[in-house]
Design a protein around this ligand. Structure first.
Ligand code: UGA
Length: 440
């Protein structure tokens, strides 16, 4: 099938590449000429393990094309998928400007009936509104030319290819059997369970899934904080909870809160949408509030030991919102780095892939290290914000190159026992402190 994909961010690019991999002819469209030029050279503009190789393979096979010329791409396509960003407005609602712009471009480009599939995360009712908008844009002569379907995306950054090629479910929200049949045909080669429902339900599946996972993380962080106060160990607690298959062990890792371009935005968007509808989602409100506070857990603990950060050398390991990505959007590291700098600390950061993006945010205010060892040397304290494998596997003796081996670990990279054996002063989330005397 001939498919156009609008937007070459995580959703659009991974979807387009995977659809080309299974045999469809795909035209990826983006308004950013530099991105398209990069993709035409076979380079991925985003850091995503394995993606570049798949782009090159599908491109060389003649099935994956990149263009800024939306009119040509949309005119040729039997199906147009939209994967543009729907960022957060200042009031927490979703900003649909890019989505509406693409719809206007589609309406001016198509010369025959077309199925438009919305993969972007959009508030419930958006697909219905888009269907009406298309009718208005297309006028009487082309009325009903566009059928709109909702097909939310569930891929995670860092595992995007696997999540798409081996998805646990494909959700199709349509109001027409014909649209459902076309989407079923597109996805059949993936051999994954396809769930068909109406458009509003499909839109809600996406928000409810992300918000449930965010809630699960905030819940476990709440329990971790209580574990610290009452002397329980969150690792032991989550191993006991996760063994119950009704709960499950995934997304039970405590830490300094969830970040990224999805959970923070989608929790706020659903909460906002519910308020607009006259209903308060108390559970989601609580998840958001817990997450806001959780981001500052390490600083709170560190302040008891280091009342003034001014002039102190602070080592920071990890900046991205999670391992496996160079993305810093809503990363808990950012407000913490900001605070350390505001208080006059001399901050040295190492992250395996996130430093170029970090430099775009902080410029010369931070020192960017080439290795774990280079930032730890002579530091007064070390903060860990991301659980990269290279940190989890490091030789803990390296912390003894610091002025004091004082480690604040926001992602529980080491076991309490290992920290004890290595002679560290160690604070982690929801577990016993090591070298307790230092922590007043
Ligand atoms: C998330 C969802 O997991 C995807 O299913 C969804 O498709 C995607 O959003 C989206 O809407 O596009 P992603 O934002 O890439 O994917 O990252 P996650 O792996 O879900 O992690 C989000 C945040 O939660 C990270 O900051 C991570 O460190 C944190 N987290 C995750 C925890 O603190 N504890 C956990 O146990 C798991």
């Amino acid at each position: 099938m001939k498919i156009a994909v609008a937007g070459t961010g995580y959703v659009g690019l991974v979807t387009g590449t995977c659809l080309a991999k299974i045999g469809h002819t795909v035209f990826c469209v983006d308004k950013e000429a530099s991105k398209i030029a990069q993709l035409r050279r076979g380079e991925s503009p985003i850091y995503e393990p394995g993606l570049e190789a798949e782009i090159v393979e599908a491109k060389d096979a003649g099935r994956l094309h990149f263009t800024t010329d939306y009119a040509v791409a949309y005119r040729q396509a039997e199906v147009i998928m939209i994967g543009v960003a729907t960022p957060e407005n200042t009031d927490g609602s979703a900003n649909l400007q890019a989505l509406y712009q693409v719809c206007e471009q589609i309406a001016t480009s198509i010369t025959s009936p077309t199925l438009v599939v919305v993969k972007s995360t959009v508030p419930i009712g958006t697909n219905d509104r888009l269907a009406a908008y298309f009718d208005q844009l297309l006028g009487d002569s082309r009325k009903s030319w566009v059928e709109v379907a909702s097909n939310p995306e569930f891929l995670s950054q860092g595992t995007a290819l696997r999540d798409t090629l081996q998805a646990e479910r494909i959700v199709i929200g349509t109001e027409s059997q014909e649209a459902a049949d076309i989407l079923t045909e597109i996805y059949t080669p993936f051999d994954q369970p396809i769930l068909k429902m109406n458009r509003r339900s499909a839109e809600m599946v996406k928000y409810a899934s992300n918000d449930f996972l965010a809630l699960k993380i905030s819940f476990v962080n709440d329990i971790a904080n209580l574990c610290e106060a009452v002397g329980a160990d969150i690792d032991e607690v989550t191993s006991g909870m996760g063994a119950d298959s009704r709960i499950g062990s995934r997304f039970l890792a405590p830490g300094i809160g969830y970040g990224g371009s999805c959970f923070p935005k989608d929790t706020k968007a659903l909460h906002w949408l519910a308020e607009e509808a006259g209903y308060t989602l108390k559970t989601i409100r609580a998840a958001i509030d817990v997450n806001e506070k959780q981001r500052f857990k390490l600083m709170q603990a560190a302040r008891k030991d280091i009342p003034l950060f001014a002039g102190k050398k602070i080592a920071v390991l990890g900046a991205t919102f999670k391992p496996g990505t160079d993305d810093l959007r809503e990363a808990p590291s950012i407000p913490n780095l900001q605070m350390l700098l505001n208080e006059g600390a001399d901050v040295h950061v190492y992250d395996p892939v996130g430093l170029p993006n970090l430099e775009n945010v902080f410029g010369s205010r931070l020192h960017y290290g080439e290795s774990v060892a280079s930032v730890l040397q002579g530091a007064d304290a070390c903060f860990i914000f991301t659980e990269w494998a290279v940190f989890k596997e490091m030789d803990l003796a390296l912390f003894h190159t610091m002025r004091e081996p004082r480690v604040y670990d926001g992602r529980n990279c080491f076991s309490v026992k290992a920290a004890e054996q290595a002679g560290l002063q160690y604070y982690s989330i929801g577990r016993a402190r090591v070298g307790g005397a230092v922590f007043a």
